[in-house]
Design a protein around this ligand. Structure first.
Ligand code: PLP
Length: 321
């Protein structure tokens, strides 16, 4: 068994969404509620990854967690919550400029007591190294968690999430999820192979070209399998990623996300986020409208969290009635 610190309330619920399904005249739609992983300030998919990453940080006697992300990073917010809960320091390296008003995840970061260093997206690796070196020199025993906690260790969170889902006994044809730093999908892909899920796993890319994502997911899944001690080599061709919905780019909300957020809220009282799940659900709805996903099938939308960003700018303004 891999070293793991229990943080999430598991298993997360699986629910069916009959009113959404009827509104779309589409397949049976179920949802895996990883927006309810609990445990770390408003939940999300990073909580599962951090169970394994934090165990490794502890093995390294870490006293400070350092990680990186965008202004409204859900990963950074969950890492800040983790540090607060276990009495560690947390330094977040965030892309962009310090905004006058802290909202959404950024407000939560400060509530959890994390300190923030601002950097440009292009030079973030240098900034991260500087911040790490300084913390080391200062005797803070820093531990570096990569973007999205998407290394082989973090990926294990979703290997066991797939096992958990299989044990919930729902027979679905296709799993749809938001994919970005690739650890979530890599874990599901490896878990599917290890524990025998036969359906399709379709990642909706939030920001990167599909080809790049398929290679990264295959490499991460392979690396994670080595960690578990049974090496399986994955080929990018066996990974399914759709990059048709990137639109104007990362974290830019359009009607695709807005309409999906409104539909899920009105039909099922489920909240999606503007950056990840809103885009992935928009992609799913598009697939249903075009009958690529259709009646007679059973599909699963894997909710990955992110809801605090609903209350951040510019999203809050865009969602005004
Ligand atoms: C990070 C994140 C994702 C993407 O997961 P990756 O493992 O980075 O691909 C999806 N949804 C939400 C809400 C996230 O915060």
């Amino acid at each position: 068994m891999m070293p793991r610190v229990r943080l999430a309330n598991l298993p997360t619920p699986v629910e069916t969404l009959p009113r959404l399904s009827a509104a779309l005249n589409g397949p049976v739609i179920s949802i895996k509620r990883d927006d309810l992983t609990g445990g770390l300030g408003f939940s999300g998919n990073k909580t599962r990854k951090l169970e394994f990453v934090y165990a490794e940080a502890l093995a390294n006697s870490a006293k400070t967690l350092i990680t990186v992300g965008s202004v409204q990073s859900n990963h950074c917010r969950q890492t800040a919550a983790l540090a607060a809960r276990f009495g560690l320091d947390c330094i977040l390296v965030l892309f962009g400029r310090d905004p006058d008003e802290k909202d959404g995840n950024l407000l939560l970061d400060s509530l959890f007591g994390a300190s923030v260093v601002w950097t440009g997206r292009e030079q973030y690796k240098e900034t991260l190294q500087q911040v790490f070196d300084q913390a080391w020199t200062d005797g803070k025993r820093p531990y570096l968690i990569p973007l999205g906690a998407s290394n082989a260790v973090g990926t294990l969170g979703y290997v066991y999430a797939m096992k958990e889902f299989i044990e919930q006994g729902l027979d679905v044809d296709t799993i749809i999820l938001a994919s970005s730093s690739c650890g979530t999908q890599a874990g599901l892909v490896l878990g599917a192979r290890m524990f025998g899920f036969k359906g399709e796993i379709l990642g909706i890319s939030i920001d990167h070209p599909a080809e790049k994502m398929r290679s990264r997911i295959a490499a991460l899944a392979t690396e994670a399998s080595e960690r578990i001690g049974q090496k399986i080599i994955f080929d990018p061709d066996e990974v399914k990623v759709n990059d048709d919905f990137i639109g104007p780019g990362y974290a830019v909300m359009t009607d695709l996300e807005k309409n999906a957020i409104e539909l899920f809220a009105r039909k099922e009282a489920i909240l999606l986020d503007p950056v990840y799940t809103g885009r992935a659900a928009g992609g799913m709805i598009d697939h249903i409208n075009r009958k690529i996903l259709h009646q007679g099938q059973h599909i699963l939308f894997w909710h990955t969290g992110g809801v605090p960003a609903l209350f951040a700018q510019p999203y809050q303004d865009i969602l005004q009635p």
